[in-house]
Design a binder for this molecule. Structure first.
Ligand SMILES: C[S@@+](CC[C@H](N)C(=O)[O-])C[C@H]1O[C@@H](n2cnc3c(N)ncnc32)[C@H](O)[C@@H]1O
Length: 238
């Protein structure tokens, strides 16, 4: 007899505002008996859980934390992804439905992808559902009232901007550029943008949608900023 697996959902809970969870995501979160929560350290708060917790009831639902430490070296993270996938497979294998909550969208620069690629090898595709979430860059553009692209304009998204030579190249080819993970490179990036004559055409958004949201357009203020990891910058040429 074929094994009966539970359903597994990857739910994007949006960038920070609990009202930006989709109705579909909300229905899933309220219905599943098991919720997987990503944490970067044992006992540490989860940003995704902070967004979704008002919709969850851990007196009735089981919470399982999955450890994904913040490390730059991806190879060091493989054992964590493997362990997380094993836990998900264990729950699915018992025929129980579960959901993994993830900040923003599950398929947009998300740790969830490493989990998904492992789980899909074992669990039938029809048992897996990805519930999209509002991405940080869309929410940031909306919060800052900074339209991203229209008409024929082209948009580029850089996952991190450690190679400063690429910045110039990308800004030449695209009309709007979203720089993710800018916190560590903000001064260098600002210098580059200034040199390209675009310093008055940018917006920096930090912790978008949360109570600590910051929107900064002034490059001088940005130069002095101690930027948070949850931050991005959008630059628009026209
Ligand atoms: C690992 S990626 C996660 C992206 C997420 N899955 C999404 O859909 O936006 C982390 C980066 O996303 C951006 N980010 C995530 N949440 C954010 C927020 N609330 N405000 C601003 N930027 C955010 C930052 O650039 C951060 O370094």
């Amino acid at each position: 007899m074929q094994k009966k697996y539970g359903k597994f959902y990857g739910v994007g809970v949006g960038p920070g505002d609990p009202e930006l969870i989709t109705l579909k995501g909300l229905n899933v979160l309220k219905s599943v008996p098991v919720v997987f929560v990503p944490v970067s350290r044992e006992g540490k708060d989860s940003y995704a859980l902070g967004i979704a917790e008002r919709y969850l009831d851990f007196s009735k639902q089981e919470r399982i934390d999955l450890l994904f430490p913040m490390k730059k070296n991806q190879a060091e993270l493989i054992p964590n992804w493997d362990r997380a996938a094993e836990k998900v497979l264990e729950v699915c294998g018992k025929g129980m439905d579960s959901a993994f909550i993830t900040e923003g969208d599950p398929f947009f620069f998300s740790t969830f992808i490493y989990l998904y690629t492992r789980v899909i090898k074992k669990v039938p595709r029809e048992n897996i559902t990805i519930v999209p979430g509002v991405t940080s860059f869309c929410a940031s553009a909306a919060a800052a009232e900074f339209p991203l692209v229209h008409g024929e304009a082209r948009l580029a998204i850089l996952p991190s901007v450690y190679d400063m030579d690429k910045v110039e190249e990308v800004l030449e080819k695209f009309d709007t550029v979203v720089f993710m993970k800018v916190n560590k490179v903000l001064p260098q990036l600002l210098k580059k943008i200034e040199r390209l004559g675009l310093k008055n055409q940018l917006v920096y958004v930090e912790r978008c949608g949360s109570g600590e949201e910051r929107i900064i357009r002034d490059p001088e203020e940005l130069k002095k900023l101690d930027a948070n990891y949850l931050s991005l910058m959008i630059v628009k040429k026209h």
